[in-house]
Design a protein around this ligand. Structure first.
Ligand SMILES: [Zn+2]
Length: 279
């Protein structure tokens, strides 16, 4: 600056002029998508996850969001489609041996090369820096360049060997059109899942609230294995069975409203037919 050895500072050194409009380099903007969490805007670091739309996030940012969706976040609109942990997939990325961004930066003697990707395609070695198309497999989370997936036709993952189908491939940071397509696919999938669920919950209703039906109706056949429960259930017309304190846990557990029945999808499928016979 001056003032240290008799130099006289000039006006432009002391007075800040109007801010120069920063030109956003398109490439830099693109590259940033591959380097920063879409939600927190922090540098991507493992564990890194992606959603059904192929955006990249730090897992901790998403967890934080899911724990409190009401908190104000600048980029919350980018994650409204993530309803729970099931809607994200942890990515299995391959480190780029050339990557030394952090170390270089720490020394401060060189600018970080924005085109050096942190990760590479494990098959063809392309850098994941925004210049090449990359995809991940929704089945196992492994990440590959589009080129590898197109050139080497396979039905098992190049990296971990898990089987996958074409529809499991999600393009990362795709174009507007690609994201739109992914969105449609996601919505379709969710509608399908919903209709499945509503069928299930109908079955639950018939069991937990048997108003007119004489016996404990429902597909379980529970009535046959618990003599006497008919009258109990019949008297419970309006109230939920789970609210009745005088009933034993074993009795309550016969019904799908009981906590023991609230299991993951895999476990619920056979419950209805098997459980009644344990009592
Ligand atoms: Zn894999």
């Amino acid at each position: 600056m001056g003032c240290d050895g008799g130099t006289i500072p000039k006006r432009h050194e002391l007075v800040k002029g109007p801010k120069k409009v920063e030109k956003v380099d398109k490439n830099a903007e693109l590259a940033a998508k591959w380097k920063y969490c879409t939600l927190s805007q922090e540098k991507l670091r493992r564990p890194i996850v992606s959603c059904e739309l192929g955006r990249l996030y730090n897992k901790d940012a998403i967890i934080e969001y899911l724990l409190d969706k009401t908190a104000e976040r600048p980029n919350a609109e980018a994650v409204t489609h993530i309803r729970g942990i099931k809607d994200i997939k942890e990515l299995n990325l391959t480190d780029n041996p050339e990557w030394e961004g952090e170390r270089r930066n720490a020394k401060g003697d060189r600018y970080e090369d924005i085109h050096c990707g942190m990760f590479i395609c494990p098959v063809v070695g392309l850098e994941m820096n925004g210049k090449h198309r990359f995809c991940y497999l929704q089945t196992c989370g492994c990440v590959f360049s589009d080129r590898a997936l197109k050139e080497i036709k396979t039905e098992i993952c190049h990296k971990c060997g898990d089987p996958f189908k074409d529809e499991d491939i999600v393009v990362l940071n795709g174009t507007k059109e690609e994201v739109q397509k992914l969105k449609e696919k996601m919505e379709e999938k969710r509608v399908k899942a919903k209709t499945k669920k509503s069928k299930k919950s109908k079955a639950v209703e018939t069991v937990s609230a048997p108003p007119e039906s004489k016996a404990v109706a429902g597909p379980s056949g529970a009535s046959s294995s618990t003599k006497g429960s008919k009258s109990l259930a019949a008297s419970a017309t309006k109230r939920s069975i789970q609210d009745m304190e005088e009933k034993s846990e074993a009795f309550k557990s016969l019904f799908t409203t009981h906590s023991s029945a609230k299991r993951s999808k895999d476990q619920t499928s056979n419950w209805v037919t098997h459980t009644p016979y344990h009592f």
